[in-house]
Design a protein around this ligand. Structure first.
Ligand SMILES: C[S@@+](CC[C@H](N)C(=O)[O-])C[C@H]1O[C@@H](n2cnc3c(N)ncnc32)[C@H](O)[C@@H]1O
Ligand code: SF4
Ligand code: SF4
Length: 451
């Protein structure tokens, strides 16, 4: 197998602390795993692993760049390459097959598209404010150029959402069929599961779908139905079973709001047996949830963030970052409008429309550039925070939503993130704790901390 190839395009965050490599993770939209500190030599090495060059060619170029003879570093190179292969970051391929090794921020790294804003349910916390179909909704024809572009730059994940996407069978099947053959692109469908009949699940599988993210918000019919509507618990469970039987990995997503917060533990226990994997997230003040009494206190959000780990031995992982994913993970609304992020979907942040613009053009706009350049050092209240390179400054969309400024504090995540960071320092599992200590120490050494 002569050609060295990155298994996926990786993201590098260049921070005052150093350079960190992030590999897009399979199921989560906003997290990256694994994270690794790298140096310029490694960056140069990765840049050459585009699937079209052989070991000898890569060694030769590295030698020219560093001025060292190949023999000097060939052994270290082979060991390091083997390590990256074991980590799933690199692979050997028989035939040349190009991949962009490092994400250049001139196109989306991940995409979430709403194929409709219509929904068969009417959840009181719905961030999409779904209900009847919106005006000027996308059609199947509008998706053709989008799919062609995605095939060229292979973002991951490519999430199909809504509204309830399964209401638009033609569009979902088209996108899944077109995009799931791309090796680097993980295609997922977000669904409430109620419409996933046996036959529909089979069609999705046959089209190529391998991962569905299904919403389940309670461990009992009474609780789930109180949030999602009468009869939905049974229908969703049936949908999950149908999807699983068809061979689709079901990732359960539970949104915790004031209604189900008291039962977080029971829900966690229940959903861990229902799906193939699960995630628990806190309700965000967007759409119908904004300003509602469904929102959680910072202490409650902290507890939700902790709900996935053993509270006494926190293993949340520490992944250094200096910004959120705005501009890297884009959102396409059901009328084709493009925004730098799901939570920055305000008219003033519209950067284009897929009916008129390519996903490259939007990266040439001043607005997109401004958003991509934003780091934690630009945020009032964050730039001196000792945990700034752990937290990255929270979500810019939620900050904007609260204060109509891109440079203000994210009021939803700030306090809970501080609590998590402090808990990690006190009770974290040894490796996580050590990572956090190193991160804090280097932040202080390089830029000065808050004290
Ligand atoms: C808008 S829904 C669309 C897909 C599908 N109808 C569903 O409910 O799964 C996408 C995801 O957002 C979640 N969601 C909706 N409103 C939310 C809010 N205010 N805060 C956090 N997540 C929310 C849903 O539970 C679901 O996991
Ligand atoms: S959360 Fe999903 S199921 Fe509920 S109203 Fe919104 S789009 Fe529909
Ligand atoms: S913990 Fe709060 S102050 Fe610190 S970087 Fe995060 S959002 Fe900013």
């Amino acid at each position: 197998m002569p050609y060295l190839r990155m298994t996926k395009t990786v993201l590098i965050r260049n921070m005052p602390l150093g350079m960190y490599l992030h590999v897009p993770y399979r199921f989560q939209l906003e997290s990256y795993y694994p994270t690794m500190e790298i140096d310029e030599f490694t960056e140069g090495l990765l840049e050459l692993c585009d699937g079209t060059q052989k070991r000898e060619e890569i060694l030769q170029q590295l030698s020219q760049k560093s001025g060292e003879p190949v023999e000097e570093f060939a052994k270290d190179f082979d060991e390091f390459v083997q390590y990256l292969v074991d980590e799933g970051i690199l692979e050997w391929v028989d035939e040349p097959e190009y991949v962009e090794p490092i994400y250049k921020r001139n196109r989306p790294s991940a995409i979430s598209v709403d194929v409709t804003s219509a929904c068969n349910l009417n959840c009181s916390f719905c961030q999409a404010e779904a209900g009847p179909p919106g005006e000027d909704e996308l059609t199947l024809d509008d998706l053709v150029p989008l799919a062609e572009q995605v095939k060229r730059f292979k973002p991951t994940p490519f999430a199909i959402s809504g509204g309830e996407p399964l209401l638009r069978k033609d569009m979902v099947l088209y996108l899944v069929e077109e995009l799931s053959p791309i090796r680097e692109t993980v295609v997922t469908v977000f669904t409430n599961g109620t419409l996933a009949t046996k036959a529909y699940a089979q069609e999705l599988y046959d089209a190529g779908l391998r991962i569905a993210r299904v919403s389940l918000d309670g461990h009992t019919a009474e609780l789930h139905n109180a949030i999602r509507g009468k009869g939905t618990f049974e229908k969703t469970l049936q949908g999950i079973e149908n999807l699983k039987k068809a061979g689709i990995h079901v990732d359960i997503v539970t949104v915790i709001s004031k209604v189900n917060y008291p039962y977080t533990k029971e829900i966690r226990e229940f959903v861990s047996h229902v799906g193939d994997s699960f995630g628990i997230v806190n309700v965000v003040p967007a759409g119908r949830a904004a300003g509602s009494d469904l929102l959680l206190s910072p202490e409650e959000v902290f507890n939700v963030k902790m709900a996935l780990s053993d509270v006494e031995r926190i293993e949340t992982g520490v992944s250094p970052r200096n910004r959120c994913n705005a501009g890297e993970t884009i959102y396409i609304a059901s009328n084709g409008d493009i925004y730098p992020c799901l939570y920055l979907n305000f008219p003033e942040f519209k950067v284009g429309n897929i009916r008129e613009n390519t996903l490259w053009e939007i990266y040439e706009t001043d607005l997109m550039q401004q958003i991509l350049e934003l780091t934690v050092k630009d945020i009032e209240g964050c730039k001196e925070c000792e945990f700034r390179y752990y937290c990255g400054g929270g979500c810019r969309g939620l900050a904007y939503s609260a204060g109509r400024s891109l440079f203000g504090i994210d009021p939803v995540n700030c306090e809970p993130n501080l609590m998590v960071a402090r808990r990690v320092l006190e009770h974290g599992e040894a490796q996580t704790k050590q990572l956090m200590q190193v991160l804090l120490k280097s932040t202080k050494e390089i830029e000065g901390g808050s004290d």
